[in-house]
Design a protein around this ligand. Structure first.
Ligand SMILES: Nc1ncnc2c1ncn2[C@@H]1O[C@H](COP(=O)(O)OP(=O)(O)OP(=O)(O)O)[C@@H](O)[C@H]1O
Length: 420
């Protein structure tokens, strides 16, 4: 299809910002390896494609389009992107979402599948970074969505400029640029792009926010202004997260998968830091993706400060001299899994097998006469992983070192806090 019908050199003035954003995006990616571009065919990502191609200066680029198979036109649109790429001399691949009946929120499932496919594609081709074309308008809509649900700092900090998934970095280099600027870029040059009809579907909250944003312009609230607010809040959020990571390093010790928390150190933490530390601890222990409600979390923080026992999110707080143990509740543990699979959403036990992994429990401790030698509290020992062959405990790698069997976490506690 159409290659640029006039060269990108000699830009009109507003395009200078766009070209600068594209240049910065490429130079921020270390090394000289291939850079991935996620291009839907929409105006924003088509503008990104042409801009980045124009400033690549020999840096290899690879393009991917995910065909979700949700609209009749999607296959044809993906093929059109391929033709534009061919005109620019860039390799292009179409990635297909194989799905049956999708339960729950379809758009959310499509988005998660899209990033999963893009990460797999990039990893398979040794591409370390993929660019996506979210704009200041997307950022502003995200902030408005947060305001609509009275969100706190995390919900008002907008989309991250970069994040890592499946070993691949995703970058959003155009968060400071308006959709109008990107659309203007492709339209003024007569470049092909597709207008996805779902972008006008008022059934989606994001589309409602887009309409609201247009109205807010009349009182001087712009997409760029709101994107800046989100960026400022994200800076505060990053500082708070740093404080939480520091607090975790000084008041929490992970032992055998349970967390020992120093009461005096915890009591001295500012409320917000204490709350986030407790939330992070519960998410890490439970493997849950959503945190508990704010009031339940506040009660848990209070229980720890007052030296009381409590339970929340499949975890229990057990007071001890000088602090408390936070650990899994036996009845909330995940089901038995095969050796090598992830058990209870955070442990992986490997070894020669055959065997099944489930908690050591009282039955297992009875088969381990020396378990106390590990110096681990009974409550914690009970919920460590054991390798079972029927009713026989073959190994309990956390309690009794074993040359053949090894238990590791899918994410360390400290690293988990830094990435959440
Ligand atoms: N089907 C897809 N294939 C490849 N990349 C995609 C796809 N859908 C979205 N993306 C990437 O994610 C970014 C943001 O997605 P979003 O859903 O907001 O965009 P869109 O409205 O589909 O298209 P555009 O942002 O290109 O106008 C896109 O700019 C693009 O980089």
């Amino acid at each position: 299809m159409s290659a640029p019908d006039r060269p990108l050199g000699d830009p009109v003035l507003p395009d200078l910002d766009l070209i600068e954003s594209a240049r910065r995006a490429l130079s921020s990616i270390p090394g000289q390896g291939c850079v991935g571009l996620a291009v839907s065919g929409g105006g924003d990502s088509m503008a990104m494609l042409h801009l980045v191609a124009a400033v690549a200066e020999g840096r290899p680029l690879c393009v991917a389009t995910v065909d979700h198979g949700l609209r009749a036109a999607s296959a044809g649109e993906a093929a059109q992107v391929g033709q534009v790429c061919a005109g620019l001399g860039l390799p292009h691949e179409v990635l297909h979402w194989q799905h049956g009946v999708v339960a729950g929120n379809l758009m959310d499932a499509a988005r998660r599948a899209r990033y999963g496919l893009l990460a797999e594609w990039a990893q398979a081709r040794g591409i370390g970074a993929v660019l996506v074309a979210h704009t200041a308008d997307d950022q502003a809509e995200t902030l408005l969505l947060g305001l609509a649900r009275a969100a706190g700092l995390d919900g008002l900090s907008g989309m991250r400029p970069r994040w890592q998934q499946g070993g691949v970095w995703f970058h959003r280099p155009f968060l400071g640029v308006t959709r109008a600027a990107l659309r203007g870029f492709v339209q003024s040059r007569g470049l092909w792009f597709v207008d996805d009809p779902s972008n006008d579907d008022e059934g989606f909250d994001r589309v409602k926010m887009r309409r609201a944003l247009a109205g807010l312009g009349e009182v001087g609230i712009t997409a760029e202004g709101l994107a800046l607010v989100a960026r400022n809040l994200a800076a505060v959020q990053a500082d708070v997260r740093g404080l939480v990571a520091q607090a975790a390093a000084s008041v929490v010790v992970e032992r055998a998968g349970a967390l020992q928390i120093d009461r005096a150190g915890f009591a001295a933490l500012p409320d917000e830091v204490a709350r986030r530390l407790m939330q992070g601890a519960l998410l890490w222990l439970s493997g849950a993706t959503y945190p508990p409600r704010a009031d339940a979390l506040a009660r848990m923080v209070q229980a720890l400060r007052e030296g009381r026992a409590a339970t929340l999110w499949g975890c229990r707080l057990v007071p001890r001299a000088g602090g408390a143990l936070l650990l899994r509740e036996p009845r909330s543990l995940g089901p038995e899994v095969a050796l090598g699979a992830v058990w209870d959403r955070r442990w992986r036990v490997t070894g020669p097998g055959p065997g099944q992994v489930r908690a050591v429990g009282a039955e297992g401790l009875a088969q381990l006469p020396d378990w106390r030698a590990a110096g681990i509290a009974r409550a914690a020992a009970l919920v460590t992983p054991g390798v079972w062959h029927d009713a026989r405990l073959i190994a309990a790698p956390v309690l009794a070192p074993d040359e053949d069997y090894c238990a590791t976490f899918t994410a360390g506690f400290g690293l988990f806090l830094l990435s959440h």
